[in-house]
Design a protein around this ligand. Structure first.
Ligand code: TXA
Ligand code: MG
Length: 326
């Protein structure tokens, strides 16, 4: 199959109507989309990504009216739900809610809950408004790998497996949406993302904001070795502390690096130490270092574990996990 990169919204809509998969830009990362109400179309997402069937997908809604069609919130703290939705939609925020029969089981991997969000990306919005149907769309990478933040990344991951990548340029946030589940008045953060803990604190008293331990895995984004480049990743406080062979190491830097010329390659997450800019650059830089021949090990400097930094550290920790036992 030939994979085309284009800005042709009509072509994307046409393919999706035919039950095909199409990669679409969102404000977080690129997604691999298919008609969420068609089991056959959704099956193609799992095939293209080589994603295990036990891993449920996020469903993107055209608008808020679709929320009550695909989820059953009758027994819920609707007041809190509406407040969250008003504040964070459209945007990088996903909510896990009980599903209705409209959502096929393949989408949720048999769970009786579905993860839903509304994207704010203009290209995504044009496509989904024209379809007026929900789109299932996980990140458009091979399972377990780094999420794509540009059309060319999707091409690197899935060329030959999908017909079209809709090019919307580089994504704004650069990391996947924040995922929460709700239990009565409590908000449980299943995956940290662009909507930070502090922003959520405004909606729940301290004892009602919880973070999944990862012991019972609800989201495979919580699997310890997710978001991994091919090369090993090692976390380090500061580059200067590294005592190994810098000539074969690629550095993902947070601090200003005095010894930059000693490393095989260096990428600075944000010269002005802005966590938003760092998040937006994170996956692109990991990919670039992964693709640099001289690099055998990716050294990632820790970023401050606050605000967006917590979401970045979460991704880096999982990327580094495979390397831990070495
Ligand atoms: O920003 C994003 O969320 C991107 C864009 C494309 O929307 N999507 C994304 O999808 O990151 P994906 O499939 O890579 O990650 C979705 C995560 C998975 O870890 C999945 O297990 C979890 O959401 N998930 C989906 N449905 C769930 C459910 N019913 N309960 C708990 N977790 C769920
Ligand atoms: Mg993913």
């Amino acid at each position: 199959m030939k994979t085309v990169i284009s800005t042709d919204v009509d072509a994307a809509v046409e393919l999706l109507l035919k039950g095909e998969v199409v990669a679409l830009p969102t404000e977080t990362v690129y997604g691999l989309a298919a008609d969420a109400l068609s089991s056959e179309a959704v099956a193609k997402i799992f095939e293209a990504k080589q994603r295990p069937r036990f891993d449920p997908l996020i469903v993107h809604l055209p608008d808020i009216q679709w929320l009550e069609r695909v989820t059953d919130v009758s027994t819920f703290n609707q007041d809190l739900l509406l407040k969250l939705v008003e504040r964070f939609w459209p945007g990088p925020f996903t909510i896990v809610l009980p599903k209705t029969h409209l959502i096929p089981d393949i989408v949720t991997a048999g769970l009786d809950t579905v993860a839903v969000r509304i994207s704010a990306h203009p290209s995504f919005i044009s496509v989904i408004h024209r379809l007026d149907r929900p789109l299932a769309a996980p990140s458009a990478n091979q399972f377990g790998r780094v999420s794509p933040t540009a059309a060319s990344h999707v091409h690197d991951e899935l060329a030959g497996r999908i017909p079209l990548i809709l090019d919307g340029g580089a994504t704004t946030h650069g990391i996947e949406s924040t995922i929460v589940a709700m239990n009565d008045g409590a908000i449980e953060v299943l995956r940290r993302g662009p909507v930070t803990d502090d922003e959520l604190r405004a909606f729940a008293p301290a004892d009602q904001l919880r973070f999944s331990s990862g012991e019972t895995i609800q989201a495979p984004g919580q699997l310890p070795s997710h978001y991994a480049p091919r090369k090993p990743v090692q976390l380090i406080g500061r580059a200067e502390q590294y005592t190994g062979d810098a000539k074969t190491a690629g550095l993902l830097a947070w601090h200003e690096v005095q010894t930059a010329d000693q490393f095989a390659a260096v990428r600075e997450l944000s010269r002005k130490q802005d966590l938003g800019e760092a998040a937006a650059n994170l996956f692109r830089f990991l990919r670039e270092l992964d693709a640099t021949k001289a690099v055998r090990l990716i050294l990632a400097e820790e970023v401050p574990d606050r605000g967006l930094g917590a979401a970045i550290m979460d991704r880096l920790g999982r990327a580094a996990y495979k390397n831990r036992s070495r």
